[in-house]
Design a protein around this ligand. Structure first.
Ligand code: UN1
Length: 495
């Protein structure tokens, strides 16, 4: 059955003004599974208007009441987890356990942010003057444009929509045009939980057609984007001087360091999961493994043998380890990088080809690919976003950390070692927003902030905890109240 999706604007499900449509395709077999509106600027303008109107009331809805709605959304997500997880797998390609994990991350965020409804706190503090009190409070920012990628079709939208809502903002959400079905279903459930009309607006379409308009719209007060560094940088340039909050989560070239004292079985398992989980299509994917020279040869051999055993296929098949790439152009981009790697003189240890046997020929599959590379090669420096891992040799810990840091990105980094001193040095010196010890670079949990440094992140971080998404979606207001009945002058009057 081909689902026919609509935009949601001001509480009304509707087609794009132009009537244009985009197909959603299952990347495992090329089947069209749904169509979504291909919106234009008119649709964006209508959605921003609806969000602006709805903000007036929503910001005054007490945060604990907003939280109650989010609790209901969390419960609906739990109820529909299986259905939504299968949809994620069909539309995005990741294996079903990961599709369900994607939804679980949305559920975690829903419960967490619902609880924030009763925790949104500031400070009260003594004034230097009698008969005067002072406090700081978090207040909503206004209308947020939320632009999300296809690799976590429910989790990343939930990371943005739910903290935006609990904070009292209204949103215009533009999901990736490759995963409209998952996004549409997520929004349906959030709205079913009792979100008032116009608070959440959904506009489907391509970044090319509406990304610029949405993020620069004068009615939009903040933009939260997750996607490539190139697009994030372009958005930041477009928005500069426009007086908007802007936060971008962008690319990564995340390293795993394997020390000579590491448990190699654990490191290999971690590098397989970090490098080839989600077919390498995570911003946190472990696309480099930096190995101590003493264990380098053994690691290369054992890791390569293990990667050769990974089975590619439809993510709904329980025997599948690795699903397809999201679409043909992404697949071709990855194949181009593989050619670049060969030309640069990297040694292809395994993989490197598109898989075209039997039913795989209809999808966009690439073998798990491993290169022995050098740090200066493009394949070891640029984000590939596919199942391609570069192995690099290091002389020792300091050298490994230098190699790890010598890229433009700084999202996630990991070290495998049994030596507590090594872990302390890695923790101190790795330039990354997230550091893992004896675990791969993927698998961040929602109760802590998520985001990177250098070209991986711009602006505020996402998710929970101190320094997380509430800082993105609220601003601080300071209130002084004078109840002396006379003019009291701070810094001047003595009593
Ligand atoms: C992303 O790839 O954009 O830590 C997000 C992880 C997931 C989130 C990844 N929890 O890998």
């Amino acid at each position: 059955m081909v689902l026919d999706l609509k935009n949601l604007i001001g509480g009304r499900w509707q087609d794009a003004e132009s009537g244009d449509k985009l197909d959603s395709i299952n990347p495992a077999n090329g089947e069209v599974i749904g169509t979504a509106p291909s919106s234009g600027t008119i649709d964006v303008d209508k959605a921003v208007e609806a969000a602006t109107r709805a903000f007036k009331k929503w910001r005054l809805t007490p945060a604990p009441k907003r939280g109650e709605i989010l609790f209901r959304a969390a419960e609906l997500l739990v109820k529909h987890k299986e259905e939504l997880g299968r949809l994620v797998t069909r539309e995005m390609g990741k294996v079903l356990t990961e599709g369900l994990g994607d939804v679980q991350e949305a559920i975690d965020m829903a419960f967490y942010m619902a609880g924030e409804g009763r925790r949104l706190s500031g400070e009260t503090i003594y004034s230097e003057l009698p008969y005067k009190d002072c406090k700081s409070i978090r207040v909503p920012i206004g209308v947020f444009a939320l632009i999300t990628p296809w690799n976590f079709p429910t989790a990343i939208p939930a990371w943005k929509i739910l903290p935006a809502l609990i904070s009292g903002n209204t949103v215009v959400f533009k999901p990736s045009s490759y995963t409209p079905l998952s996004a549409g279903r997520l929004v349906e459930l959030i709205v079913e939980a009792g979100i008032p009309e116009g608070v959440v607006n959904l506009v489907h379409g391509t970044g090319d057609r509406i990304g610029g308009r949405l993020s620069t719209h004068p009615g939009v007060d903040g933009v939260s984007f997750t996607g490539s560094t190139a697009v994030g940088a372009r958005l930041a340039r477009l928005c500069s001087g426009l007086d908007k909050e802007i936060s971008c989560e962008m690319g990564g070239k995340n390293p795993i360091i394997v020390m000579d004292d590491a448990r190699l079985d654990l490191a290999i398992e971690g590098a397989l999961w970090g490098g080839f989980g989600t077919s390498g299509q995570r911003c946190t994917a472990a696309s480099r493994v930096i190995i101590h020279k003493k264990v380098y040869d053994e690691f290369v051999q054992r890791f390569t043998n293990a990667a050769k055993k990974l089975k590619s296929g439809d993510g709904l098949d329980p025997a599948t380890h690795m699903g397809p790439l999201i679409n043909e152009s992404q697949m071709n981009k990855v194949l181009d990088y593989i050619e670049t790697g060969k030309k640069e003189g990297a040694r292809l240890a395994t993989g490197g080809k598109r898989l075209i046997e039997g039913p795989l020929s209809k999808g966009f599959f690439i073998e798990p690919t491993i290169f022995e590379a050098k740090p200066e090669m493009r394949i070891a420096r640029e984000e590939i976003f596919g199942p391609v891992v570069s192995l690099l040799k290091a002389d020792g810990l300091e050298d490994a950390i230098d190699i790890a840091n010598d890229v433009d990105y700084g999202l996630s980094a990991s070290i495998y070692t049994q030596d507590v001193n090594n872990t302390a040095i890695a923790e101190r010196d790795l330039e990354a927003g997230l550091v893992y010890i004896n675990a791969p670079t993927i698998g961040a949990e929602i109760q802590l902030p998520f985001g990177g440094t250098k070209k991986s992140g711009l602006g505020r971080k996402e998710a929970g905890g101190r320094g997380g998404a509430l800082d993105m979606f609220t601003k601080w207001k300071v209130v002084y109240r004078d109840f002396s009945g006379r003019l009291q002058r701070a810094q001047i009057d003595k009593d």
